[in-house]
Write a protein that binds this ligand. Sequence first.
Ligand code: PGH
Ligand code: CA
Ligand code: ZN
Length: 311
Amino acid sequence: MYASTKDILEKANREGYAVGAFNFNNMEFLEAIIEAAEAEKAPVIVATSEGAMKYLGNGNPFRGAKLAYAMVKLLADSVSVPVALHLDHGKHMEFILYALSAGYSSVMIDLSAEPFEKNLEGTKKVVELAHPLGISVEAELGKLAGIEDNVSSRESVLVDPDEAKIFVEKTGVDFLAPAIGTSHGAFKFKGEAKLDYERLKKVKEYTKLPLVLHGASMVPQEKVELANKYGAEIKGAKGVPADALKKAIELGINKVNVDTDLRITFTAEIRKVLSEKKSEIDPRKILGPGRDALVEVIRDRIKFLGSSGKA
Ligand code: PGH
Ligand code: CA
Ligand code: ZN
């Protein structure tokens, strides 16, 4: 059923598990995510970025937002598990407004690259717009570390727990993404993967909100190898290790954002089909195996996060 992100995440926060928030750009990804959630009897969040809105609308993001909502609503209402639609990394007010008026369950306003005061003011404005519509809001504090960042610059961009407390009180935001050392994409760590658990623990203690981990893909090595075997060049790809993700969930992460793992899985499978079946020209026979591979990976991830059976 089409659901509220807030209901999904507050239950996860009370009961101490995490829910997957999976990005999609097309029908195949969306169907795979919802099929996997239904098979696992798990609540799930599906998310479009601003770029996904543009892509779905073939250049018209408001049309993309409405198409995303129409597809999600229809598919969500055809299954028994709660499915919420979220705007991921909303950075521009027009995209926030497209999501609010299209019927999204929640929006992220990401002003984390701005100074603290500007982030606070902008987030507060979005909360004031969204809450009367029954739509919940996620914000981010600190910047996600890039792979090239050294330790000293990393320190300065991670979330400040004292700021998090003030930010949450003043904005009324529903969920918070604290930067604790992850980054987006397939190359997350140069050396050893290090997350700042002390910071995470304090942010949870000070805010008590459902917390969000961005850049949470695990980058399964068998998928990287499959992709590389069939012509990809993503050697050295590295994600968040299993024990680090487990520990982050134990310390209060309730929403785990996953995009990269789905991209690698889908394209690896398609590379395989294209290279093994050179006479195949039916897009369904090329994309279909990609969709099937996604279902398996998403089911595994849902189990790992602890949300199986929580619908
Ligand atoms: C993410 C996804 N989306 O908002 O944070 O991160 O690149 O690790 O999948 P990944
Ligand atoms: Ca950021
Ligand atoms: Zn993110």
